[in-house]
Design a protein around this ligand. Structure first.
Ligand code: SF4
Length: 113
């Protein structure tokens, strides 16, 4: 057996093993991707968060007298992206956190459309 054929056999064995290993891994792991956290898995925003305090955020909009209208809540704010009927959801102003659908802050803007 020549050294060239030994090399081919070794390469073939390596490729076979690599194929077996790769077949057992999910595609995102093979590509080094991490999946984004699902919105419902994000932690709830704390009312003590410095930005939340600065924007007068509250989990319960009925506890503040700062709102222009008693109907202004996170759920109907332009920045809220939680699903219909969800108790908590993401807000563009607090990335990586969820705000309460019945919450409010001083940046509230009526949802378009
Ligand atoms: Fe709620 Fe809108 Fe303030 Fe976000 S910007 S916390 S959705 S009122």
């Amino acid at each position: 057996m020549s050294s060239k054929s030994k090399s081919k056999t070794t390469r073939r064995q390596f490729l076979n093993r690599a194929t077996v290993i790769a077949a057992g891994l999910p595609v995102p792991a093979l590509l080094g991707w991490t999946l984004p956290a699902r919105a419902q898995d994000l932690p709830h925003l704390s009312e003590d968060d410095p930005t939340a305090v600065a924007l007068k955020y509250t989990h319960d909009a009925s506890t503040t007298e700062e709102r222009a209208s008693a109907t202004d809540v996170c759920n109907n704010c332009q920045h809220y992206t939680g699903g219909a009927g969800s108790e908590w959801g993401p807000c563009a102003l607090f990335p990586g956190k969820q705000v309460n659908a019945k919450g409010w802050c001083s940046v509230w803007v009526e949802k378009a459309g």
